[in-house]
Design a protein around this ligand. Structure first.
Ligand SMILES: Cc1ncc(COP(=O)(O)O)c(C=O)c1O
Length: 427
């Protein structure tokens, strides 16, 4: 008998085997355990702990009556403000104000993959959604190897070797720094070397700079400084502005890629039409900057930097291996030195390790396998954001020094989660 047209055999075959995004799944599992009364340390979801700056909330409130659909590429004033923001804060020059506003940068990355018929190149490890997006669309994905000893950074030689093996093909490289899941960034020299290879092979680059304003030392290196004509810069409100749920992302294109921006705008017209108009007005205020925003960012960066260093120190003392983060709020420890003892406890994969930490310690994390690492490598991603960001920010704004006492007072759960992992390894 033929299956009913309303039954699952008619699922798009590209979707077969794709589950709920790993980050969302761990959050749901944590919620279940919390509902059962368990104490859970939520180091799974990569969400900013800080509140949206009050001036931006105020701008949203004032814009609530704005009810009309607007231009598919986004409000003209927002596109101009984003271009100025990228120039002012990141030294990125664009000849024209070529910006596309979308409901989150995730959606814009998806639109790029839909519009550009090329192979996707992503370093391993990389953020969880790039590769599944390519699979949904039916694009080929190549994970480019990196090594922990090299701080998980992509080397230009790796890109060169891959492109030289079959030259002349269209390719899209997504480079994310500070990176999810490692927290690691690149220097201008490293980006210049990657840019030279990308230019030689005419590789389209999305520079995913969603965490760029959360670099702990305020660094602003960008591959767009070295390969402007082939680089799309991606940012948004989700991380630096603490507004992930507002769903606003932006892409800045070079003049040479107007054709791609136009194609993506066509898809946008036929799908989401335009991003919520009040949110766009609030985004203008956010990207305008000024002392409130600069002060807010400086405090967020300092708190995350101090906490990242502290967590790194605790886990390193427990024998785990990982680079110290440069930005964002992630650590990517490798439990390799404990492999034998973990095997004795029945743990031989990163997924088992993540499950064990949740069940035995109440610590929710993500396995390295969700980020493209081999399943038997014992890496995990920890988001050190399990604290009251509003209280920590208020204390920092009030002039409290951000030292060990500050972290103990304002980020106790995050520190306890690290201590629990360290203690568990010693047991
Ligand atoms: C590396 C990276 N890129 C992009 C995104 C998507 O951000 P949004 O769609 O909220 O702009 C995230 C969110 O977690 C991320 O970690």
């Amino acid at each position: 008998m033929r299956p009913s047209p309303l039954s699952s055999p008619h699922l798009n075959p590209n979707l077969l085997g794709l589950g709920l995004s790993a980050t969302l799944a761990i959050n749901e599992r944590s919620q279940e355990l919390i509902a059962q009364g368990r104490r859970i340390f939520k180091l799974g979801l990569g969400q900013s702990p800080f509140p949206v700056p009050p001036v931006v909330v105020e701008a949203l409130r004032a814009a609530a009556p704005e009810k009309d659909y607007v231009h598919v590429r986004g409000l003209r004033s927002l596109r101009e403000t984003v271009t100025e923001f990228l120039h002012r804060r990141h030294g990125i020059e664009r000849q024209r104000r070529q910006v596309l506003v979308g409901p989150g940068s995730k959606e814009l990355i998806f639109l790029t993959q839909l519009a550009y018929a090329g192979e996707l190149l992503v370093p391993s490890p990389s953020w969880v959604s790039y590769a599944p997006q390519a699979r949904i669309i039916g694009r080929r994905v190549t994970w480019l190897p990196t090594e922990r000893e090299q701080r998980w950074k992509l080397s230009p030689d790796t890109v060169d070797a891959h492109c030289t093996a079959s030259p002349g093909l269209p390719r899209l490289l997504i480079l994310n720094y500070p990176g999810n899941p490692t927290g690691v960034s690149y220097t201008e020299e490293e980006l210049a070397a990657l840019a030279a290879v990308a230019r030689r092979h005419q590789v389209l680059v999305i520079s995913d700079e969603i965490y760029a304003d959360l670099d702990h030392a305020g660094r602003t290196a960008s591959i767009a400084h070295h390969y402007p004509e082939g680089t799309i810069v991606s940012t948004g409100l989700s991380k630096w502005c603490g507004a992930g749920g507002w769903r606003l992302g932006v892409f800045s294109f070079p003049e040479e890629l107007e054709w791609l921006c136009a194609a993506m705008a066509v898809i946008a017209t036929e799908t989401f039409t335009s991003v919520s108009t009040p949110i766009q007005h609030a985004a203008i205020r956010a990207f305008q900057g000024g002392p409130e925003i600069e002060g807010y960012l400086a405090h967020c960066q300092r708190i995350l930097g101090a906490l990242g260093r502290q967590c790194h120190a605790t886990l390193t003392a427990a024998g785990l291996l990982m680079p110290e983060p440069d930005g964002a709020f992630y650590l990517f420890p490798d439990f390799e030195p404990h492999r034998e003892r973990l095997a004795a406890r029945g743990v031989t994969t990163s997924a088992q390790l993540a499950e064990k930490l949740l069940d035995e310690l109440g610590v929710a994390v993500l396995p390295g396998s969700a980020f493209g690492r081999p399943s038997r490598e014992l890496t995990l991603r920890l988001s050190y954001v399990n604290f009251d960001g509003a209280a920590a920010l208020a204390a920092a704004e009030g002039g409290t020094a951000i030292d060990a006492a500050f972290l103990r007072r304002h980020c106790p759960d995050t520190l306890e989660a690290m201590d629990r992992i360290a203690g568990w390894l010693q047991a």
